[in-house]
Design a protein. Structure first.
Length: 363
């Protein structure tokens, strides 16, 4: 009990939490206490503002060589459900995106296609940059970057430099899952290791490429591994300062081999809120915490604004990866609905770009 009292005292004072503190607060399970502390931390970082962006997602392919047990999106080459976006398909998506008012971001993530060369991805970035010169290109998780490096034999730094020269400006934070190789050997054995994920982010930050970070929880990881994951991200942020935002992804078990083997179910909203509040408290050096409504559902994402989140991500347009795992949320949402949801929670909506610069609605 002494450890819980000490952890609560540190959380109340806004002091930096260690692993033992985070574990004690998790064990304490006092959700209202965590919410109050997380709201103070959120409001210290961003006041009464809650951010959102107008973005569009492009998923280039679902054909993947990794065949990860955690994933419901990927299919093997030759599967009738497989797709690849070629130049004309990308052009069509960009034409639709061009018509979106206040669009500030194109978000590109994909599977690890066994045959598409690195030049294909460079060409996509160049195509997006040519079509939408004023829009940020946030593309390719560290898992994809490591795959490009393995494909080409080039160092990660060279891969990132070439993508930046083509027009890439930031990286999404996906593919982290849990930064424990014990867990990764089970849930994504062919993907980048924990060290490779962190090193890719370290290198991106050194090149001036800002990134997000994430965690996928609620499968076969331990609570301690979750907290160690948060501390690994905090340590890297202390070193580089390159993370803009952090987001939590609850594991969606439907249609996955992992859930079938381990009889997994989706964690509840209590766990979602507890983890979100703890992430806000542990990650004291990352300014923004997202409540990714596609994963959480919008009612839970709105509730998350009272547990330390200060960002609802964006309008999305069409998201495929999470919906392949059984997500029942919409594939997109309007700007008006996002603003209404933020206002209902008592906060001020702020339209932002990828780098958290505000965009005036009248612009």
């Amino acid at each position: 009990m002494d450890s819980i009292k000490k952890a609560r005292r540190r959380a109340e004072r806004g002091e930096r939490l260690c692993l033992a503190d985070a574990l004690a607060l998790y064990e304490d399970n006092d959700l209202t206490f965590l919410a109050a502390c997380a709201r103070r931390a959120k409001e210290k970082a961003s006041g009464r503002r809650v951010y959102y962006t107008i973005n569009r997602h492009i998923n280039l392919t679902n054909i993947c060589s990794s065949n990860c047990p955690l994933c419901a999106f990927q299919v093997e080459a030759g599967d009738a459900r497989g797709f690849v976006m070629e130049r004309a398909d990308v052009a069509k998506a960009l034409g639709q995106a061009r018509a979106v008012r206040h669009l500030s971001e194109i978000h590109i993530v994909s599977a690890l296609h066994p045959d598409k060369p690195f030049s294909y991805y460079l060409d996509v970035v160049r195509q997006v940059r040519a079509a939408l010169p004023d829009v940020d290109i946030k593309a390719f998780t560290p898992v994809e970057i490591v795959n490009f490096a393995h494909q080409t034999g080039k160092p990660i730094r060279t891969v990132l430099t070439e993508l930046k020269e083509a027009g890439l400006q930031s990286l999404p934070g996906g593919g982290a899952e849990i930064l424990s190789d014990r867990v990764r050997r089970i849930i994504c054995p062919k993907k980048a290791t924990a060290a490779e994920w962190l090193e890719t982010m370290r290198t991106a930050h050194a090149l001036g490429i800002r990134t997000n970070a994430s965690m996928m929880y609620g499968h076969i990881e331990t609570v301690e591994e979750r907290m160690e994951h948060l501390l690994a991200i905090r340590d890297l942020q202390d070193e580089t300062g390159g993370f803009q935002a952090f987001m939590l992804f609850p594991f969606h078990p439907a249609h996955t081999k992992l859930a079938e083997k381990y009889h997994l179910a989706r964690v509840g909203s209590w766990e979602d809120m507890k983890m979100l509040a703890l992430a806000r408290l542990v990650l004291d050096n990352i300014a923004h915490v997202k409540a990714f409504w596609v994963m959480l559902t919008m009612p839970v994402a709105q509730l998350a604004l009272g547990f330390g989140a200060d960002d609802l991500d964006g309008t999305i347009g069409e998201e495929k990866i999470i919906h392949a795992a059984g997500a029942k949320t919409w594939t997109g949402i309007t700007q008006e609905d996002l603003c209404r949801i933020i206002c209902e929670a008592g906060y001020t909506p702020v339209l932002r770009d990828t780098f958290y610069r505000s965009i005036e609605a009248g612009e």
